[in-house]
Write a protein that binds this ligand. Structure first.
Ligand code: HEM
Length: 131
């Protein structure tokens, strides 16, 4: 059925797909998220999504979400942005972040799709140095 198809899509996606509630608490992650950040699924759930980012994002992210909820002004939703993620071992990496919004039973939630740009950036650097 539809549910098993949706599960297969999330399981096989190469990009990390994370959902959060309106407080920033993680509600679901797909396997690519575990691989990218180096944590297991159970370690993500219920935790603030800001543990996956370095400062100043880490400190400011709750404010980003509450500003959006209060004003409706979109800075990333429907636009996307290149930002920096933080892995379990503390290393940081460039990533493209796309965010969208959905509602369940009147509650606002967000989906983040993360594409790891580190390989792309390394290739760019190698090409520049070869010139
Ligand atoms: C907003 C950083 C992950 C949900 C933002 C903004 C930044 C940011 C810079 C915009 C701030 C502004 O200009 O006001 C990051 C970083 C992440 C990350 C570095 C690395 C892991 C996520 C994920 C989600 C998410 C995974 C959702 C599952 C949101 C929401 C907003 C936001 C809902 C406010 C809406 C908007 O600005 O359009 N984030 N974010 N973020 N982020 Fe994140």
């Amino acid at each position: 059925g539809q549910a098993s198809k949706l599960r297969a899509i999330l399981q096989s996606a190469l990009d990390a797909i994370i959902t959060i509630d309106s407080c920033g608490s993680i509600t679901t992650v797909n396997p690519a998220t575990e691989k990218l950040f180096g944590y297991e699924q159970s370690e993500f759930l219920g935790r603030n999504v800001n543990f996956l980012m370095p400062e100043p994002y880490h400190r400011e992210h709750d404010g980003y979400i509450s500003n959006y909820l209060a004003t409706g002004r979109r800075k990333i939703i429907g636009i996307g942005r290149e930002v920096t993620g933080r892995r379990r071992d503390g290393s940081t990496f460039p990533m493209h972040l796309a965010v969208s919004e959905f509602q369940i039973d009147g509650e606002r939630h967000f989906t983040g799709i993360i594409h790891d740009l580190s390989a792309h950036k390394a290739t760019e650097r190698a090409l520049r140095q070869a010139q």
